[in-house]
Design a protein around this ligand. Structure first.
Ligand SMILES: [Zn+2]
Length: 241
């Protein structure tokens, strides 16, 4: 198989709650191991790449340290393995399992950042997610933000138990929705489609990350810090309560 025809089918979009999967190794390189399909989310949109393990045909388990898209051939997802993936060969059938606890915390925090985005009326210029905290940068010249108020508003939306839905929209149709969103960068498209995350009545954003299906699953959060990073940049950091 040539590098040009290589691609990894992304299973995490359709099955964000699945923990394990079976796949075939399609490439091994210094970047790691590529599979024909994967549940491992690759670093992107502020969300870290998944960790976990691959179970090889001989029963041995190899740790997945990180997951990244190929910087040039974006359809290929590389799993960086412990010990460089010694023993993994093209054609092997493997079982992959996520470090689910870590991934689920990313899903909870990621969903919470959509809520944060909805309650602060300013363009978002940066995003970062970790297993215990998350933050957004807002283009805001004035310091109008208040930690207690943000904490209260977020926990109200979380407790309201709102549905979180994912839609695929044709990129053309998406243009008319642009005015409703706060992100100023064009959304990533896959075969002419844009993935949109919709919390009806609260927030709608183009997003390729993984989310929980209801805001109640986020759990209580605290707004820890509001920092001035530059004249036009306010950084709001959250953590789980
Ligand atoms: Zn998202």
């Amino acid at each position: 198989m040539s590098a040009l025809t290589l691609q990894t089918r992304a299973l995490f979009d359709q099955a964000p709650y699945q923990h394990c999967f079976t796949a075939r190794v399609v490439a091994v390189s210094e970047q790691g191991v590529a599979l024909d399909q994967t549940l491992f989310y690759p670093t992107g949109g502020g969300q870290p790449g998944d960790q976990g393990h691959l179970l090889l045909p001989d029963g041995s388990a190899v740790t997945v340290l990180d997951t990244q898209r190929d910087p040039l051939l974006r359809a290929i997802i590389w799993h960086r393995l412990e010990d460089g993936g010694a023993g993994v060969q093209v054609g092997m059938e493997v079982q992959g399992c996520l470090d689910w606890e870590r991934r689920h915390r990313h899903m909870r925090m990621h969903t919470c950042l959509h809520l944060l985005c909805a309650i602060i009326d300013a363009p978002v210029t940066g995003c970062s997610i970790a297993a215990d905290k998350g933050r957004l940068d807002f283009d805001l010249p004035e310091s109008t933000l208040d930690k207690e108020r943000i904490t209260h508003q977020l926990n109200e939306l979380i407790a309201a138990g709102l549905d979180v839905r994912a839609h695929e929209l044709p990129a053309g149709e998406y243009g008319s929705l642009l005015e409703m969103t706060r992100t100023r960068v064009p959304p990533p498209t896959t075969q002419g489609m844009v993935r949109v995350i919709d919390i009806p009545g609260v927030d709608m954003q183009p997003c390729g990350g993984t989310h929980v299906r209801n805001t109640a699953e986020v759990g209580a959060v605290v707004c820890d810090k509001i920092e001035k990073k530059s004249r036009h940049n306010r950084r709001v950091t959250l953590r789980f309560a």
